[in-house]
Design a protein around this ligand. Sequence first.
Ligand code: HEM
Length: 480
Amino acid sequence: KPLTSPLSSLPGPLYTKFTSLVLKYHELRANRTRWIHALHVRYGPVVRIAPNEVSFASREGVKEIYCSGGSGFDKSGWYDLFKIYGRRTMFTFLKKDDHAKRKRILADRYANSNVMRQAPLSGIIERADRVVKRCAESLDGSLDLYICLHSYAYDCVTHHLFHPYGTDSLRNKQDEEIMREITFDDSLQNRQLSYYSPTLHKAISKILYICGIKPRETPLADKFILDTAAKTDAAPFTLLDRLHSVRLGNSNGDGEHGGKDSKIAQIDQLDIAAELLDHMVAGIDTTGDALCFLMWELSQPRSRQIQTKLREELLSHPSSDINFDKLPYLDAVVMEGLRCFPAIPMSLPRIVPRGGKTIDGYFLPEGTTASCQAYSMHRIDMEAWGPDPDAFRPERWFEEKGDAARKKLFFAFANGARGCIGKHLALAEMKILLREVYSKFTTVPDKTMTEEDMEMEDQLISTRPAGLKCLLKFEPIGGQ
Ligand code: HEM
């Protein structure tokens, strides 16, 4: 009943009262994020995008949908698309209780105090040095940062998950192949179709394959994960170590997560492999693309001053000091990068619980799909972002006015208990890499690159540059 539905009074284009076809069309064209953003610009922070689906770009929206009761509303069935080996993982559990049980046993591996320890950090620093070496080797030409940064993110996350079984894709071609298999995945249309119409998808799957609309296939990554998940002697800071100690009901010496949690969690070898593959994939395109878009922006002539200011701060602190609190401009550059180019820019769908909810003055009946998307959260609110939301301007993070609003609206890592667990790891990787590169080089775009190459293109959940490349030229500081 489109006209009598409570959602019919929400702002939004008339046709969204009757059909979700326009939304689906934009999803299949990898254009969902920009289409929804255009609707927010036109209709404001609350917009109906389909008869049963609403997008919010407001503080109250985030608070209710993602933070109420700790982890917000339950996830929608769309997350079934991310099941691995038929298993649910922390990321794909729909219900908050199931999620909380799994998270309890994994969370401390990602705590800032675990990430910032010498053993995990030294692995990241080593990999950042390898990137610097690649930059130095490219001085006569240019370097494809898209590949290089995805390799960096892959090697860093596998170090944190598996050390000493982490990868070395920055130097080893076989490891690079696995990264490419994950990163160059083109299964968006196939997976969307399987979600919207499983029967049709099954009936025409062969035709889709012939047309190049292929399902996600990662045989190399699967083999790597299944082999590595069987190792029982990984370093104590790794997720692999934690998962095995839980499976064996072994407290691992800290007395906190022992037999009790193994009963709660009941994980077997396949759960371990699924959880590890999920975290590995979650750590590659996100950090890789966030760094790639950020370094592209820093390399533009309009960002020259920003590069200079960043370099001055970096060179005034010894590189042996890993205390990021002393590098506020680096922090502002990273925050501004994640604001302008959030690696997961799109809606994170949740289901309104029993009894319905009123958000921003609009009543949403139970079962409505509600979401926020970082791309719009980072641009729509005038008080937080001012008149230039599309400008890359790290200085905005030092302004007192709008500070509280900015913190509430920042959504690159989502929010609440289901927000990004890898946030501290990602930030450490980003800051270490930027510090190593920009204290040694200036970067400029290669002349063959176009703005279109770097246009954001939706994937199923993350984004990537449309041209699948990012060629930059590196100039050593002081010509050294
Ligand atoms: C700049 C880099 C990153 C960004 C922007 C990012 C962003 C996000 C976002 C927005 C979510 C919520 C997704 C949702 O609700 O559907 C998320 C979840 C998650 N992220 Fe990240 N992420 C980044 C890096 C990482 C890294 C390095 C890891 C390491 C393993 C990681 C692991 C995860 C996991 C496991 C979840 C699921 C958490 C849960 O359901 O409790 N992420 N991330």
